[in-house]
Design a protein around this ligand. Structure first.
Ligand code: BDR
Ligand code: CA
Length: 309
């Protein structure tokens, strides 16, 4: 299995991504690192510990990361994720211990101590911790690859230009895209196809485990905020995309492209500029442009169903 570090801000869809990463036999989930994003880092860290406890992820490192973007004020998302960052069901009891190291230190330690090319850092949150890890040890960019939920080829979700994870810390995102590793980007064009419809939720409930029931309660809350604030009939489970990709890359259509992030524009701050022009040759980064929805949910639900607790 591939070794992955999941850098996240749970977050309803982050929590479900955690369950799938833990349940899949194709993934060795080494560490869960948290970052200020949907809510403060204290809140999302408490959420991560509770979610990992519920799923019995006792052998996974959990470490707290940055308490704010590199050089901007934080903008949380209570309209989508509630005041706790994980509103809806009661938070499970925490039985896990937080690692002493910072998230950035854990990312550096795990990438540098494992064979080159064996670790993928999956980020489903603002990219602050990844930028801090790169500053701590630039050589990680020669040893790891990155898969992110973030950005959009076209329209954003917080502004017309920008998606939430990138807009919260555009400076960090630009540092991550500028480093010499390959970033595979799962932006809104594909994550908006990953909808937890009534039929998907029925299949989830049919799994019949405490984790599946908790995930469905998360989707109930997430579905209602997405209906109220974004006009969706069913919630898009954004953060699952890079995780399912690492389980089975054939689920997605992927193209190579140069990608950079706008850090100054008055109207375009946080825009991911994905250069898909036919005359553009190559490009180190990769972007998902399509998704096999049926296969996507078969994999996600199968992985949740494998969690034995
Ligand atoms: C992203 O923002 C967060 O609210 C979600 O967890 C996801 O990572 C979607 O724009
Ligand atoms: Ca997230």
């Amino acid at each position: 299995p591939r070794s992955i570090i999941l850098d996240c801000d749970p977050g309803h869809d982050d929590a479900i991504a955690l369950f799938v990463a833990h349940g899949s036999p194709e993934i060795d989930l080494v560490a869960v690192t948290t970052v200020c994003g949907n809510q403060t880092v204290d809140k999302v860290t408490a959420n991560a510990l509770a979610v990992c406890s519920l799923a019995g992820m006792t052998d996974v490192i959990v470490a707290r990361g940055a308490d704010g973007p590199l050089r901007r004020a934080h903008r949380p998302a209570p309209d989508i994720h509630g005041e706790s960052g994980l509103d809806g069901p009661p938070l499970p009891v925490n039985t896990m211990t937080l690692d002493d190291r910072t998230a950035a230190a854990v990312i550096v330690d795990e990438v540098m101590s494992r064979p080159a090319g064996s670790v993928t850092v999956v980020a489903t949150a603002p990219l602050t911790n990844l930028a801090l890890a790169l500053r701590l040890e630039p050589a990680i960019a020669e040893r790891a690859s990155v898969a992110i939920m973030g950005g959009a080829i076209e329209q954003g979700n917080v502004t017309a230009s920008a998606e939430f994870n990138i807009l919260v810390d555009p400076d960090a995102a630009q540092e991550v895209f500028a480093a010499p590793w390959t970033v595979t980007m799962f932006g809104l064009e594909v994550t908006h196809l990953a909808l937890a419809t009534t039929e998907i939720r029925r299949r989830l409930i049919d799994i019949g485990s405490p984790v599946a029931a908790f995930a469905d309660e998360l989707l109930e809350f997430f579905g209602s905020t997405y209906a109220d604030h974004q006009g969706f009939d069913a919630p898009p489970v954004h953060d699952l995309c890079p995780v399912v990709y690492l389980i089975d890359p054939s689920v997605f259509t992927i193209r190579s492209a140069p990608i950079s992030v706008e850090t100054e524009g008055e109207f375009t701050l946080g825009r991911t500029v994905v250069d898909l022009r036919p005359q553009t040759v190559g490009g180190r980064h990769r972007v998902a442009t399509g998704l096999d929805v049926a296969k996507f949910w078969d994999i996600a639900l199968d992985s949740i169903g494998r969690i034995s607790i």
